[in-house]
Design a protein around this ligand. Sequence first.
Ligand SMILES: Nc1ncnc2c1ncn2[C@@H]1O[C@H](COP(=O)(O)OP(=O)(O)O)[C@@H](O)[C@H]1O
Ligand SMILES: [Mg+2]
Length: 270
Amino acid sequence: MMTSTSETPLRPAQASPGEALIQMRQLRKVYRKRNEEFLAVSDVSMDIHEGDMVSLVGPSGCGKSTLLKILAGLHEHDGGTLQIGGPNNVFNPGRDVGMVFQQPVLLKWRTILDNVLLPADILGLNKKAATARAHELLDMVGLTGFADKLPYELSGGMQQRAAIARALIHDPKLVLMDEPFGALDALTREKMNLEMLRIWGETKKTFVVVTHSIQEAVFLGTHCAVLTAGPARMADFFAIDLPTPRHLLLKTQNEFGEYVRRIYDLLGVD
Ligand SMILES: Nc1ncnc2c1ncn2[C@@H]1O[C@H](COP(=O)(O)OP(=O)(O)O)[C@@H](O)[C@H]1O
Ligand SMILES: [Mg+2]
């Protein structure tokens, strides 16, 4: 369980039944520099259940990365409450979070296999079991046969898939992705969206993925949190009730367009 500073009323969020893995209530984050204060996240409340795929969408600077860093235990929040892992569970971000960034950030002198093994090395997991798992994960992300390659021998999309395998090696409860496909071309990005949904389906883990693409947020999410900038705040949190597994043609359907439009309205785009 993480810090809890005050009891605040429950904001209505259309969450699935059962106990939430993550409970946020009026979460607030202020960055302080000398005498200046900057409100980066204000009044963010949501419930995330095990197995959810939550997309966080909003314009640049609205606090998406800040929120993800709070979930990853890299930043403290200044107000509201955050409970991860349920009231009786201990949540250890180092062990229980897998993180994927916009750039794959692979170590260029380590092979793909050794890059995937990095969190296992840091956590001191059994090498033999971790290596077997790394090979399974490389198969799962479509990198069979690339274990002994160095990062520069792989394309950007393949490197990002290695980064996803690395985020899963220590079997985390929660996978956090910060604009993971922002650096990829449009077609590779669409393919990676499908890959990611398949991986999410196979691992049955809880994913939170940050994107500034409204279409991507709707396509990926079982739930979507919409954040706005100036002032930074949460505009809405809702379930995305679209058929699964998702196919790219879903993007041509009216029901998909209705969710996209709902987010456009929230963000004041017309
Ligand atoms: N370490 C920091 N110190 C001060 N301000 C920050 C820091 N990190 C982010 N900010 C500011 O907080 C706001 C939200 O940033 P961020 O969470 O990175 O937004 P996003 O990921 O949605 O683009 C931005 O205005 C940014 O300039
Ligand atoms: Mg960001």
